[in-house]
Every structure is written in structure tokens, then in C-alpha cells.
Design a protein around this ligand. Sequence first.
Ligand code: FMN
Length: 325
Amino acid sequence: MKTRITELFGIEHPIIQGGMHYVGFAELAAAVSNAGGLGIITGLTQKTPELLAKEIRRCHEMTDKPFGVNLTFLPTVTSPDYPGYIKAIIDGGVKAVETAGNNPQKWLPVLKEHGINVIHKCTSVRHSLKAEAIGCDAVSVDGFECGGHPGEDDVPNFILLPRAAEELKIPFVASGGMADGRSLVAALALGAEGMNMGTRFMATQEAPIHDNVKQAIVAASELDTRLVMRPLRNTERVLRNAAVDTLLEKERELGSAIKFEDIIDQVAGVYPVIMKEGAMDAGAWSCGMVAGLVRDVPTVKQLIDRIMAEARAIIHQRLAGFAAA
Ligand SMILES: Cc1cc2nc3c(=O)[nH]c(=O)nc-3n(C[C@H](O)[C@H](O)[C@H](O)COP(=O)(O)O)c2cc1C
């Protein structure tokens, strides 16, 4: 399948694996790239630029296909060493960067100078247009359904994607709620040129996370996610668990007076404990509503091959059948 996204990133299938904290290690990124998609290493999961450089080297050893690095610009108290991370990306010969969070404008000239394609993740049409205006090559349009940070506008992809298609000139992928061949065909029909998946890729053999996390996603239905940190305007969609119930109870009790310090136990530093040790109630962790569509833990290649076969069957049989009628 050829789209502007496959052309831009030099990949076989229009499928990207979004950056995921403590999930997007070289093992997963390489598996996705080897299966013909674009795998992405999560930059900030590596505590220093030196460690990111090492992770990039590990990924090169596992694949000779293109892969990317995610750089997330979120409001943090102490800013990470972004220039150092960018140097590691450039020196590591990486040709794709997924940016997310704050406006990446400051970093674009140096990335472009080194021939790196930038896809910025946006949760609104206005941010997507801004990304286009500042020179990003593509956008990942993240609907309200998505795991992680859906922004504060709450527009689901059935509206957000066609709105993005009406306004954008650069190509974009649909992100949030994508799981299978149906998702891909729907995304293409709504104007996207590929799809980005987070939660679905967690439940794969190669995702280097504890099996408890994969099983929790398989067991969850589309009703099992919750939005946390809305009062802090840092909304995150997470899987409901004991820590999330505690967090939401605090949000109800404290109302608009709530501060980050009040919920620090439920959100700060919890990812390694959950993803590596499988302590499922240790804190709030990102998960999309799409968990309701995840029922197995295939290899990444089985997943991607299945998606492409299903998408082709839908286009050539189901849709072609309707069109002929
Ligand atoms: C566990 C988890 C961690 C994530 N961490 C990040 C992150 O560090 N940076 C980022 O830009 N997006 C992050 N995301 C968002 C994903 O890259 C992707 O946009 C999102 O999962 C898409 O929605 P889906 O889960 O419905 O597929 C994370 C998502 C999950 C599920």
C-alpha cells in the first residue's frame, strides 16, 4: 500500500508505532520496522542522551529498516537535555522523529538540516495547522479515544480526522482507537494516509513489558479507561485500577484546588514498576479505549500482516461489493 506516509518514511505499510514511555524500547521498534511499519523508540525513557545513543545502536543491530525516535515536550519541572537527545538522534543516523506535547519549532531547523522527517502528534486541527505552518513533514492526529494525553478538546476521530483532512496539506496518520484492518480502511476513508497505534502494540509478543500488562489490555473492555488529571489540564487516558480510583477520589474531594503534589504517589515514577514488574495497581498508566478491540497477543509481524490482509479484503470485497451494487 502506497501513501504519502509510506513514501515519506520509506516503509512498506502505512502503520506507525507511537512512542510509549517504558514500552518503546529497541525490541518493539525493531520488530515493527522489520514487519514493514515504522517503529519508534521513546527518547525520554532513556534517562540520558548517552543511553538513548546506546538504544539507537541496539535498534540498528536488530533492524536495517528505518525507525524513529519520539521526543515528548511535556510540562516538566526540570527540562530534560533536549539538545543532547537531538544530538544522539542525529549522530545515530535516525531519519524520523515523532514529536509530541509542546510546539517543536525550536528544534526543527537542526532536524531538517540533517534530513530528518518530523511527524508531530496533535490532538486538534489548530495544532495540526500550526505544525504544518512551522514546517513539520506530517502530523499524527490523536483523537479523544487515544491512550495517553488526548488534550482538552475531547473531539473523537470520526470528526477530528475529516476536519484535519479539510484543512491540512501535509499528510497525516490517524492515531487513537486504531487496532485492525477496519481501523486502517476507516482512517484512509476519513482522509488519513496511515495509522498510528499505541495500546494495540503493547499486547504483542515483542513488546518488552510484563505479561500482566498485556493480559490487562486483553481483559479490558472499551468501558475500562478513565480520564485523570483533567483539573490540572494535563488530561491522561489510563486503564482503571485501584490507584486510578484513589486518584479520581482525590480529584473529587479537592476539586479545582488540587495540585500535582496531591496525586504524586499515583502518577510519578510508576511506569517502571508497572511495565517491568507487572505491579498492576502501582499507579496510573496510559491505555486507550481500543483495549476493547484487543483480544490476543500476536507477534508484531502477525499483527501487521493480519491488518494489511484484512484492510485489502475490506477494500476489494466488502467495499467493492457495495460500490458495485
Ligand atoms: C503506555 C503508553 C505510554 C505512552 N507514552 C507516550 C509518550 O511518552 N509520548 C508520546 O508522545 N505518546 C505516548 N503515548 C501515546 C501513543 O504514542 C499513541 O499516540 C496513543 O497510544 C494512540 O492511541 P491508542 O492507544 O488508542 O492507539 C503513550 C501511550 C501509551 C498507551
